[in-house]
Design a protein around this ligand. Structure first.
Ligand code: ADP
Length: 299
């Protein structure tokens, strides 16, 4: 979830033993995994020694009705999903102080940490990652769900180096395919120009984010990054970005289409993998764990 304003965390400590009153399962709190806008995440271990990622959200952070509604929406959307490239939300429950989400554990953190260490990834790795992200996006869009905050930090990596899209804190579900949204609480990282201009938006905002992700993989930095937010927003609005000379023509072609200023001209999720970048280059079936830190030899 994305907080509307950042306050000092005054919430009570998360208990060492956490009890789910609905299933009567007890979890032991293990290592700290990280924190987001509202949530703190720990490994939670059940009696069979199965380890989950437990996301704890302090109820004190949900006093504003809009935050409470967001949380309820995140849970209701995420709970209904089951896909190999989406973090599984197994169950949720609460105690007097916290709401807990019991999630599939992704041991190798997120693509954000990978990109920070690696700077940029090879084209075969970029294809390997993008296939999985696009499959997850196809699944969501088929179900009329828009994630609205696809970014490297929300794409987690499990022990087999498989990607899992997570954090449905800004997601929304349309009632029909032609519905368009005009409100959004929170600021997506890779915000699309139509959102920035407060125009109605739909599935195309996720396609834009896929373009930003692929650009970042290949170029080592986001497409519209500058030292000033105002300048970055101006570049997004005018769709001003450049490719470093090392970028191949097939990569440039697909990124340019994904980052089309007109949402209707961006490809649908189902068409992304038809671009030459994906069909003409080598895509590994799996990648070694060493990819987290070093350039792999893939063949
Ligand atoms: P928020 O909704 O508040 O933004 P996140 O979903 O981003 O919270 O989770 C906060 C942090 O917890 C993440 O940045 C990551 O470090 C860790 N985390 C979240 N989900 C998982 C998971 N499934 N497996 C491992 N770590 C996770």
């Amino acid at each position: 979830m994305v907080p509307s304003n950042k306050k000092k965390d005054m919430s009570k400590p998360i208990p060492e033993i956490i009890y789910n009153p609905n299933s009567q399962i007890t979890y032991r709190r293990g290592s700290y995994l990280g924190k987001g806008g509202f949530a703190r995440c720990y490994e939670l271990i059940d009696r069979n020694k199965t380890v989950f990622a437990g996301k704890a959200v302090a109820k004190s952070a949900l006093l504003k009705p809009s935050n409470k509604e967001r949380m309820a929406q995140e849970i209701s959307i995420h709970k209904a999903l089951s896909h190999e490239h989406i973090v599984q939300l197994y169950t949720h429950f609460e105690d007097p102080d916290y709401i807990y989400l019991i999630l599939e554990l992704c041991e190798n953190r997120s693509l954000m940490e990978l990109q920070k260490r690696r700077y940029f990834v090879t084209e075969p790795e970029a294809r390997y990652f993008m296939y999985q992200i696009v499959y997850a996006v196809q699944y969501l869009h088929e179900r009329l769900i828009i994630h609205r905050d696809l970014k490297l930090g929300n794409i987690f990596i499990n022990s087999n180096m498989q990607l899992k899209v997570g954090d449905f804190g800004l997601a929304t579900q349309l009632t029909d395919r032609d519905e368009r949204k005009d409100t959004l609480c929170g600021t997506p990282n890779y915000i699309a120009p139509e959102m920035l201009q407060r125009k109605k938006h739909s599935f195309e905002v996720d396609i834009w984010a896929c373009g930003c992700i692929l650009y970042t993989f290949i170029c080592g930095r986001p497409p519209f990054e500058t030292s000033s937010l105002q300048e970055t927003y101006a570049r997004i609005k005018h769709c001003t970005f450049e490719f470093p000379s090392v970028v191949g023509c097939h990569a440039a072609e697909v990124i340019t289409q994904l980052l089309h200023p007109e949402p209707a001209k961006r490809p649908c999720a189902i068409d992304i993998l038809k671009f030459k970048f994906f069909t003409m280059g080598f895509t590994p079936k799996d990648i070694p764990k060493s990819c987290l830190t070093t350039v792999p030899k893939l063949d």
